[in-house]
Ligand binder design. Structure first.
Ligand code: MTE
Ligand code: CO
Length: 425
């Protein structure tokens, strides 16, 4: 069996045909719990945790998950990691539920390692085309009026990038795990810019990171004023160092690279800067050799996280299919599921809030009769945008790119319940 924990590439690329697939079961009706026949020692014997006192309060002043959950971690892929300082790891989305990513499992993408910053020594400067250049301390930011809380997804533009030419990584953690969705606490960027007073010719904002990569991007002033946040909180506590402590930029719905971490400067200009990360990187090379410019928005996308290669089906009968969907244009309105490679579709059940530019959770309860399945999910947002197939994407964009792959994923579930990353021709 392939070692899916390491995200090893598939030994061959499989392109399967949708034809000849048997239909899967429909509504879940099977009994799940067993009628008790034999005496079960787990019921009849007193267990240690029932017999002895447990740890008291303060044994764990900052809590962590049960030791039985220790395999649920961010993972990287060896062959994608040249150096750990300029690399990426992936959120274990197949082990999560609901819509909020726990802080300790949010994927990391650093271009120059994690900056460990003393918040007392951190400064945020606003300069350029403003009436009054300003410098904020972290204390200043926390005294600003108008603090807000919002849940947003952050997806790296390179998420699913290794899959442009064909099925490659065997696990949704590796194919789709460059995403997280957390609650941010912060100040609208507009509040800070208004305080500095943007001049009428100030049309662009350049956020700059304080890390060794000095990350810079160009953001149009309309977006900066609309919904960007200067965030210092994440899931109710301070940002984690990995996510840009003490302060990061939040650019809702737009590619993760623009969400500058360890934010130290915001320059206002009249033109885009054409920084490295928006010219030689984070641009999509088309088939004719031209590149797409400023591909900021992350289009609607979804992924079935269970079952998936890291989460095979273990039993026939009742099973829960689940996954996540998101769109950089609005809220997820609907997710459809196919069990036969895209021939027939059924609408999944969305559960929990479906907020704009935030993740949505879907479920599809089904009976598995042991037959092969080709599972797909297809997201639709409230602008009417429908997630395309990979073939449709390739027809328009070619196969040179590694960014903005939001094509429909196919998982092949075999008769033994094991799941494989495949493509349908
Ligand atoms: N900001 C700084 N200062 N340095 C970086 O290396 N990486 C960017 C962006 N902001 C980066 C940065 C990229 S490419 C992505 S996808 C996101 O941060 C990743 O955010 P995360 O580490 O919280 O997942
Ligand atoms: Co990125």
């Amino acid at each position: 069996m392939r070692d899916t924990e390491k995200g090893e590439p598939l030994d061959r690329r499989r392109f399967l045909r949708a034809a000849g697939l048997a239909g899967a079961g429909l509504a879940a009706s099977a009994k799940i719990a067993n009628a008790q026949q034999q005496p079960d020692p787990l019921i009849t014997e007193v267990q240690d945790w029932n017999r002895y006192l447990g740890d008291g309060v303060q044994a764990r002043p900052y809590g962590s998950p049960s030791p039985f959950e220790k395999h649920i971690v961010r993972r990287d892929v060896e062959w994608l990691t040249v150096s750990r300082e300029s690399s990426v790891n992936f959120t274990p989305i197949h082990e999560l539920d609901g819509i909020i990513t726990p802080s300790g499992l949010a994927f990391e993408r650093h271009h120059g390692g994690i900056a460990e910053i003393d918040p007392a020594k951190h400064r945020l400067m606003i300069n350029g085309l403003v009436d009054k250049p300003l410098v904020f301390t972290m204390e200043d930011l926390k005294r600003m009026p108008g603090r807000i809380n919002r849940a947003y997804f952050l997806e790296c533009a390179a998420n699913s990038g290794m899959e442009w030419r064909g099925a490659q990584l065997n696990g949704c953690q590796f194919t789709h795990g460059m995403i997280h969705n957390v609650w941010y606490t912060g100040i609208p960027l507009k509040t800070l810019l208004d305080e500095a007073g943007v001049k009428t010719n100030g049309k662009w904002v350049m956020p700059e990171g304080a890390d060794s990569s000095g990350m810079t991007r160009s953001i149009p002033i309309e977006k900066a004023m609309k919904d960007c946040l200067v965030a210092f909180g994440m899931n109710g506590e301070a940002l984690r160092p990995e996510q840009g402590y003490p302060v990061r930029l939040v650019v809702p719905g737009w590619e993760g690279n623009m969400w500058v971490k360890w934010l130290r400067r915001l320059e206002i200009g009249d033109q885009p800067w054409h920084a490295r990360e928006e010219t030689s990187k984070y641009t999509d090379l088309l088939a004719d050799g031209r590149s797409r410019r400023f591909t900021w928005i992350m289009d609607a996308k979804s992924i079935v996280t269970n079952p998936s290669p890291q989460a095979p089906l273990k039993r026939k009968g009742a099973n829960v299919l689940t996954g996540i969907a998101w769109s950089g244009r609005g809220a997820i309105q609907r997710v459809d599921i196919s069990l036969d490679g895209g021939r027939n579709w059924t609408t999944a059940r969305l559960d929990g809030p479906s907020m704009p530019l935030s993740m949505a959770r879907f479920y599809f309860d089904f009976d598995w009769n042991g037959r092969e399945l080709m599972i797909q999910s297809r997201a639709m947002d409230d602008t009417g945008y429908v997630q395309p197939t990979k073939q449709e994407l390739r027809q328009v964009r070619g196969v040179n790119s590694i960014y903005h792959n939001n094509g429909i994923q196919t998982w092949l579930v075999r008769g033994d319940g094991e799941v494989e990353n495949v493509e349908i021709s």
